[in-house]
Ligand binder design. Structure first.
Ligand code: C5P
Length: 309
């Protein structure tokens, strides 16, 4: 009888998108420190890649290159590393599993685009395939929720409603492809700091609900309606911490965007264009203006974390 095949020496590569929030409604702080959310996530075509390769048992390491790599921690606080360890501990013969992770970043760090969360989601998927584990998509989603509020959406992708602290996600009824321009800031924003400022600015935050006009706009597929319905309860807090973002939002609208919103806890500003040609014009105009660090044109929705050949 043939001996069992040794583990595959090549790595498993997963591509994972950034997210923006088309609506982010935030309630009052819960006793556990998190905030109840009613949000609409939207995955856009800006991708990080996470590759997992076999390592010695109980050896876990990560290397990072690309956009903002110097700001990504390489210790146990790295979300991709935590994801690999959590998966091995809960679904594998822990003592015999290890992984070397390589992250290639295009999603900026601390930008409100769920870059770190997406790396955690990608590592879960990459390691589950690398180690050939018997774990269902529900099983992966549970681990994702344990890792962070935005991690389950990074597995799912598309356009989705998020509730709880953001970790409960269901696909939303949405039509069409949207053309976005993202303006990256010079400095990141700390998510806890933005939520903290939100608490100070909004002491009487009520129960969050996704606005009907946004859901209707998504069903219509009309960018003008969607642009008018974008909203973010964290925007004032982000603007308070980085007042310069006001100029960025104004510039995008001046150059023809049909909608403008700070993404998540910021500081990335997301501009919706009427169509692809308008998005190209807006990208050129914002780049030339120099009001932000970098401008990227993306489209959405796109699928969540997927293994690539
Ligand atoms: O879930 P995650 O670890 O990504 O959250 C990072 C931080 O963002 C939390 O520690 C908390 O300060 C804040 N947060 C929150 N309410 C949420 C999600 C995140 O206050 N629903």
């Amino acid at each position: 009888m043939a001996s069992p095949l040794p583990p595959t020496p090549v790595g498993v590569r997963v591509r994972v998108p950034a997210k923006i929030n088309l609506a982010l409604k935030v309630g009052g702080r819960r006793p556990d420190g998190y905030h109840p959310l009613a949000t609409v996530y939207h995955a856009v075509s800006l991708y990080d890649e996470v590759e997992a390769a076999w390592a010695e048992p109980d050896e876990f390491a990560v290397a990072v290159s690309g956009e903002g790599a110097a700001q990504v921690p390489l210790d146990d606080s790295n979300l991709a590393l935590r994801a690999a360890r959590l998966l091995a501990r809960t679904h594998g013969p822990y003592d015999s599993l290890g992984a070397h992770l390589t992250i290639r970043k295009a999603i900026p760090v601390a930008a409100g685009l769920a870059g770190g969360s997406s790396n955690g989601a990608a590592a879960l998927l990459a390691c589950s395939v690398l180690w050939d584990l018997d774990v269902s998509s529900d099983g992966l989603r549970e681990l994702a929720a344990e890792l962070g509020s935005d991690v389950p959406f990074a597995l799912l992708g598309g356009t989705a409603l998020g509730s709880g602290r953001g970790e409960e996600v269901v696909p939303a009824l949405a039509r069409g492809t949207y053309h976005w321009v993202l303006a990256f800031g010079h400095h990141g924003l700390s998510t806890p700091a933005v939520y903290g400022r939100f608490d100070e600015l909004t002491p009487d935050a009520g129960a969050p609900e996704v606005p009907d006009d946004l859901m209707n706009a998504l069903r219509s597929g009309d960018p003008a309606l969607l642009g008018a319905a974008l909203s973010n309860d964290l925007q004032d807090a982000a603007l308070d911490l980085q007042p310069r973002l006001r100029q960025v939002l104004e510039a995008g609208l001046e150059y023809g965007a049909v909608g403008a919103v700070v993404s998540g806890s910021g500081p990335t500003c997301a501009f919706l264009a009427a169509n692809e040609a308008a998005a190209i014009d807006l990208t050129v105009a914002l780049s030339a203006d120099g009001v932000c660090r970098e401008v990227r044109r993306v489209s959405g929705p796109v699928v969540g974390a997927r293994v690539v050949a």
